[in-house]
Write a protein of this length. Structure first.
Length: 467
């Protein structure tokens, strides 16, 4: 097996930073993932290693765990050697100790020895720091090891470890940025293939196949299920059975994940035929103007929540120009009327996970102790990132307009925001669909830098590719 790793010192340094940040405070337990059965035991979903385990230990192999003792500095990887049956069916691997040495770990033990480290720490009254388990098999293990119920495993999750890891992982190192540049550039090639293959009469799944083809040809895969749809008003649809028709648009939200598990996340919206309609062109320009305004604001020290609200106001201004909204755009955004058209957030962190570190908790990743996540306000509750930007952050900018007939019906029946929304006009757009445009950015010391190769996004550029 070909191991895709950074240099050994990268992982050693990362663990040293983690120990320094968390201080002398018990043991840290990080679980890798295992195979997960799809429809019978030996037919498994594609394996994906836990991202925090990858960050500190790098080994993209099933059934590993690691303990870091913050008092003694001891670091141990736990795993079992392959049996002859394993070798017959799946081939050989280096020994656990050989793999551990690749990432600077000198001590290894069988997997079932993890429990002894946990019980020893607990008996001594020392904290056992764990992350929130998102895989049921890991949750079951933790419940057994901690001698608690599945529901009560959450009581053992360490907010201190979560915050410490986020503070480290959220600032991307130059070698990580280089990997993300590669992943975003593969994502650009995926989008180009999808756009150029789009034509009336074909199925959405034919475009999905093009995205997969480009990813695999670049030793990558999709970092999340493709969103390629002619019904772009549905934010995360994964149905691909519709036939593309002249006069409609395709929204394509796709991203590659490379061999070191760093990802891209790009969206383009384009006509099925060669040209946008007048209405499509008008609303596309509204979204693009909001996007460009938000990009111009990206720099350290600004809250992303404020950039989101600025983009919302630009959307409202543009929607007023095309007579879908009325009144003062600032007042409309303050009231939340713009969420008829833009229900989600402007963007999110990006890294080894498309929504970077979301397994650790969105309120911790995208927010801080002084800026809490809104949990009930329509629109803002879906803003995954609100905190102040810092140099080294990588994030997405993805404004959109989504015309959702069911939302129109509900709000119109409630006479909601009638001072800001022109329902008579809006009802003539019921079959419009949706538009989203998305690029990926590194926050620099003075502003921002778009990642990856250039992917056209103006109306003229998009239509030129369709010619």
């Amino acid at each position: 097996m070909n191991f895709h790793l950074f240099e050994k010192q990268v992982y050693t340094d990362r663990r040293q930073v983690l120990k320094h940040k968390i201080g002398s405070d018990g043991i840290i337990l990080l679980l890798g993932n295992e195979d997960s059965s799809m429809n019978y035991k030996d037919n498994c979903y594609p394996f994906r290693q836990d991202s925090s385990f990858l960050y500190y230990f790098g080994l993209d192999v099933q059934m590993l765990a690691a303990v870091i003792d913050t008092d003694t500095g001891e670091e141990v990887i736990f795993g079992n050697e392959l049996s002859i049956d394993d070798i017959v069916w799946t081939g050989t691997l280096p020994t656990v100790s050989e793999m551990a040495s690749m990432v600077g770990i000198a001590q290894t033990k069988p997997y079932d020895q993890v429990i002894h480290y946990i019980h020893k720490a607990l008996a001594a009254g020392r904290p056992v720091h764990i992350l929130p388990p998102y895989r049921p098999e890991n949750k079951i293990k933790l419940a057994a090891w901690l001698n608690t119920s599945l529901d009560d495993v959450a009581d053992y999750v360490s907010a201190k470890l979560i915050k410490t890891i986020i503070s480290q992982r959220v600032i991307k190192m130059p070698l990580e940025i280089a990997e993300m540049e590669k992943a975003v550039s593969i994502s650009v090639d995926m989008e180009l293939a999808v756009i150029q293959h789009t034509r009336p009469g074909i199925k959405e799944y034919e475009l999905v196949a093009k995205a997969h083809e480009v990813a695999i040809a670049n030793n990558a895969h999709l970092g999340y299920p493709a969103i390629i749809t002619t019904y772009g008003q549905t934010l995360h649809t994964h149905y691909y059975g519709n036939t593309l028709q002249e006069g409609r648009m395709v929204l394509s939200d796709i991203g590659a994940e490379n061999d070191l598990h760093y990802g891209g996340d790009l969206t383009r919206t384009f006509p099925v035929g060669k040209h946008f309609t007048t209405r499509q062109s008008e609303l596309y320009e509204v979204v693009l103007n909001a996007m460009n305004h938000a990009i111009g604001l990206l720099k350290p020290g600004l809250r992303y929540k404020n950039i989101h609200l600025e983009a919302c106001q630009k959307l409202a201004e543009g929607l007023k120009q095309v007579n879908l909204m009325k009144g003062d755009p600032a007042d409309a955004v303050e009231a939340g009327a713009h969420t008829m058209f833009f229900q989600c957030g402007l963007g999110h962190m990006l890294g080894m996970d498309t929504h970077d570190m979301e397994d650790l908790g969105e309120p911790y990743v995208g927010y801080t102790d002084t800026l809490k996540k809104e949990t009930s306000v329509f629109g803002l509750k879906s803003l995954r990132l609100g905190r102040e930007l810092e140099a080294g952050f990588v994030l997405t900018v993805e404004p959109g307009i989504y015309i959702i007939p069911e939302l129109i019906d509900r709000w119109q029946a409630e006479n909601k925001f009638t001072e800001f929304i022109n329902y008579d006009v809006l009802n003539t757009y019921r079959d419009f669909g949706g538009i989203r445009i998305e690029d990926n950015f590194l926050i620099t010391d003075t502003g921002s830098k778009v990642l990856g190769k250039y992917l056209p996004k103006t109306l003229k550029e998009i239509e030129a590719m369709k010619g």
